[in-house]
Design a protein around this ligand. Structure first.
Ligand code: ARG
Length: 295
């Protein structure tokens, strides 16, 4: 576990070092510390807790969202990813309609653990109109053993989300930048991708969305990152993690990919569910047994 923690830290640092150079300088708060629009492919094994949420689409399972294993049988994701899910749903052909894969990097490969949802808990404050409380915990039908899970911030601890600090988001979402009104098809990768984004302060982020976008930002329960116009999460990345290095040398899970206004639009950060927010924290602590918080 110690070796894994160190590798994790090196990955954060490595990404920052290779990509900072390629990006034009911008205002300090919005400057990408490195470089999944604008990201890089993930080496298998880097994020062993990463989950793919899949739905049967008639001719195969499609990855609709990401998620994070936060305890051996609990996956944290976005409420909007699973608010149409139900336990035990079958297709007409008798297949499970929904499933979760943990520990696979290349979707077309067959490694990792395939699980079915056994319980789906949406944050009770989840509001699809405003995207507030966009968190859900999916209990798996069997644990995934031996995976080092990230820690989550203690309630109200914002030490891991200082404006300008680097965070990493990961997913199989679209790699194509798109404007707020661009409804063109996304480009979906087979390989998991990562991108590093600077945390954006609540004031500047609220300034971006106020009057421009409905829902407006609710900084109490939302966290912004990115905005350089080159690097962002995008459609299909929802539910996936926003990570940083914890004081204990583990991954710290600070956010859940939630929403945006287009993807990689200059000046427009991506928005993540804020896991340090007391309401969100309490929901995760209650819904997910065995979740590690702190330090
Ligand atoms: N709501 C999107 C999803 O369902 C995630 C959007 C994130 N967008 C962004 N520009 N950061 O996948």
């Amino acid at each position: 576990m110690a070796a894994w923690g160190v590798a994790g830290l090196l990955t954060v640092a490595g990404v920052a070092a290779t990509t900072a150079m390629a990006v034009p300088a911008g205002p300090k708060a919005l400057r990408p510390i490195p470089r999944i629009v604008g990201g890089a492919a993930v080496q298998p094994g880097t994020f062993p807790f990463m989950a793919a949420l899949q739905q049967w689409q008639g001719n195969g399972y499609m990855t609709i969202c990401g998620g994070t294993l936060i305890a051996p049988d609990e996956v944290l994701t976005a409420a909007h990813c699973v608010d149409q899910w139900a336990v035990g749903q079958k297709t007409t052909g008798g297949r499970p309609r929904e499933r979760v894969i943990v520990g696979r990097t290349v979707l077309s490969a067959s490694d990792g653990s395939v699980r079915l949802p056994e319980a789906i808990r949406l944050d009770p404050t989840w509001d699809s109109a405003t995207e507030a409380g966009d968190a859900a915990v999916v209990r798996l039908d069997a644990p995934v053993a031996g995976v080092p899970t990230p820690t989550l911030p203690a309630s109200d601890n914002r030490a891991y989300e200082q404006p300008g600090s680097a965070a990493l988001t990961v997913g199989w979402g679209s790699t194509r930048p798109q404007g707020p009104t661009d409804v063109g098809a996304g480009v979906y990768p087979d390989e998991l991708r990562q991108v590093s984004l600077p945390v954006v302060g609540d004031g500047p982020c609220q300034g971006v969305f106020d009057g421009v976008h409905n829902p407006t930002l609710y900084p109490k329960v939302m966290l912004c990152a990115g905005g350089d116009g080159h690097h962002d999460a995008c459609t299909g990345d929802s539910g996936g993690p926003l990570l940083t290095a914890s004081a204990a040398g583990r991954w710290e899970l600070i956010g859940v990919t939630s929403w945006g206004n287009g993807c990689a639009v200059p000046g427009t950060p991506g928005v993540f569910t804020r896991l340090s927010a007391p309401d969100i924290h309490d929901f995760v602590a209650t819904a997910g047994g065995g979740v590690a918080f702190g330090p």
